[in-house]
Design a protein. Structure first.
Length: 293
């Protein structure tokens, strides 16, 4: 027990140091570029740092803090926030998936390095998840955002309820998990269509069946990199990358949040935080639906 607590403190300390290093490194790079090319990039900087962009950075900060503390809900949190800021469903999901390519890539490498990946489960999740993500991205990009927005908000509302249920659900004895492929297909599809849901759908179902949380989270998070990349690629082909302010805002907010997320991870009760996040997602979704009607 003492050894486990010691390992947890070491992991939290390493994570905090990593977050601080990333933040300092990013600031140093930005200052260097500004020093060398300040005159040339000044018009770009003035057009980028608007009140709207600061809201996108705030959305990225909140979503990364939630994800860093819970290990899930980045997509549904950031998409709920972006929809409430007036971003279209396709643009919101595309931005989130492009940002997730970077965040999930770093997370996946860490899980792989620490031996948290069940290779068999990873392989079962990979191909169906990619197919689901590509299909969902294609369908979402083919519809008018105004038409599909109520359905996406309703989906996110359901995901908020799922997050709360996950927090209050008791641990169940391990049972043999069937239909992992169809589960991954569904998870990839709803993740692309709703801008998030891979973790809540796939991780919740697998852990709910009694699977080991360590290997489940590690395998799902590692496969998420490929699912996010597939979805981002399809969105790019279908609608392009005109929403660069949203993408950069999410990335900047995520980088800034890294050390804070590590701090929250060790200080806040995960169940309480999950209930709070679920309530926020539900509230934002209800607001979006009421506003539309």
């Amino acid at each position: 027990m003492v050894e486990t607590q010691s390992q947890g403190r070491v992991f939290l300390g390493n994570r905090l140091l990593y977050g601080l290093f990333v933040s300092i490194f990013a600031i140093a790079i930005a200052l260097t570029i500004w020093q060398l090319y300040g005159t040339d990039i000044k018009p770009f900087a003035e057009s980028f740092f608007t009140a709207e962009t600061l809201l996108f950075i705030g959305a990225g900060f909140l979503a990364q803090t939630i994800d860093g503390a819970l290990g899930m809900a980045y997509g549904i949190s950031s998409t709920s926030l972006l929809l409430s800021l007036g971003v279209s469903p396709a643009a919101a999901s595309a931005s989130v998936h492009i940002a997730e390519v970077f965040t999930s890539g770093a997370s996946g490498l860490s899980h792989w390095k620490f031996g948290n990946v069940n290779k068999k489960l990873f392989k079962l999740l990979l191909i169906p998840g990619i197919i689901g993500a590509v299909t969902g991205a294609y369908i979402l990009s083919s519809f008018d955002g105004k038409i599909i927005r109520p359905y996406i908000s309703a989906y996110l509302l359901i995901m908020g309820i799922v997050v709360i249920l996950k927090a209050i659900r008791k641990k169940t004895p391990k049972k043999k998990t069937r239909f992992v492929g169809p589960l991954a297909l569904l998870g990839g599809f709803v993740d692309a269509v709703g801008g998030g849901g891979w973790g809540p759908v796939v991780t919740s179902t697998l852990i709910g069946s009694g699977r080991d949380p360590r290997y489940t989270i590690g395998s799902v998070n590692t496969s998420e990199f490929f699912i996010a990349a597939a979805g981002a690629g399809m969105f790019t082909l279908m609608i392009g990358i005109d929403n660069w302010r949203v993408i950069i805002g999410l990335l900047l907010g995520g980088v800034i949040a890294s050390p804070f997320a590590a701090f929250v991870c060790g200080k806040v009760n995960p169940k309480i935080l999950m209930i709070f996040v679920g309530i926020v997602i539900i509230a934002l979704s209800v607001r979006n639906i009421v506003t539309l009607f």
